[in-house]
Write a protein that binds this ligand. Sequence first.
Ligand code: SF4
Length: 452
Amino acid sequence: MDDRVFQPKTDETAVQVFGPQEVVGLQFDALWICGLQSGRLPQRPQLLPFLPRRLQRELGLLDSDSVALEASAIALLDSLRATHGDVSASYASVQEGLEVLPSPLAHAIAPISPLSEEQVPSHWPGSLSLESLEEGNVPVGGANVQWGGGASVVSNQSNCPFRAWISHRLGPANVATPVFGLTPAERGNIVHDALRFIWETLKDSTSLRGLNEGEIEVLVSGSTERAVQALERREQRRYRNIRKRVGSACLDLEIERVTTLLESWLAVEVHRDGDFHVVEQEDSHELTLGALTLNLRPDRIDRLDDGREIVIDYKTGSVKRSSWLGERPSDAQLPLYALLNDSVEGVAFGRVHQEGVEYVFLGEALGLGGKELALEDQVKRYESEPVASWEALRATWRHRLEGLANDFVRGHAAIDPQPNACRYCALGSVCRYSQNAELPEETLLNLEEGAL
Ligand code: SF4
């Protein structure tokens, strides 16, 4: 090994080529820094994948800390400028067909003249003046702006005002993570559509209870096949071929899986107490909360024999009653649906999952299975004040949700996440909340777990 020459010694010539660190301590009449484009100096931070971010920060590992990387880059440039006579820099303006900007530190070498009109890439928006945020509020422009959206506007505002502002005001496009086979959203759509087709046929509990096992099987498998065909048609309209992407065997397996799942689900429906009619499925409703108008589409509304209605939302993941309650409910969808009309006297998640099928609900004597508790007992673990009646709960929801809607409209965009809000949020690189050095240990651990 001692014989191997790693960097051959060259003769002293008028022009010498060095790496950025190697030139420190040497002295030249003139220095030219090549490749000073953005992303090179300062370098982009690179976390070590097997060490928690918190530990990397505590140990002061340079590559994990964008602030330290920038300080080190500035120190390097300062030292080069102090040591060498004449310092110039250049950068590649196009790389692999993409336009590239100079490093933000390039102004330390020479003032950068603004790009001419011809140099400005066509996809750049026009120049905007910077806005300063006071106490996390973003100026909203005209007072008469009518903001709108779905239930997720209020849910996001409740989970983290900054997330709502980025998602619904700036509206960045989602970059989908590629997966093998069907995505969770596609699987969820198949379940939702199959259930919709089933209830379009059945319409009420009497028809369901009149079917024998074989007839249920035919209905469920036929509806699931229709749901998969509907998904294929939707994808074709976007010029995508889902059968080609995932393969026919994958779709056949999904039909088998969903058919078994929905047969178990219909067993839950059969054993509900009392009769019910499915009066709506995915109909559009408008709900105005303060200055916010929301478009809502409940999965399903059932009418009981006594005229009361239940709003049902199917979920193919985990569900918790606590997500509707408290000052900042993490899932505002069903509380919003409860405000649609005065006949609604119950809300329920229909959990349709291999690990268990069940109704998780709020409301009295709905006949949805499980232990029948008084409303007060259903909510007392999650509410600081007792809630005596359904009317009182709706009034509380209206007050809270209007508050959140008004916060959104007035531009309240503070980075203030609920304890688990960051776990499934894709905006961590925008808010950089987890880099906040003042966060308590417990929060950092939560964030790191969420990132895994
Ligand atoms: S990562 Fe957390 S703090 Fe950042 S926007 Fe998302 S929820 Fe808010």
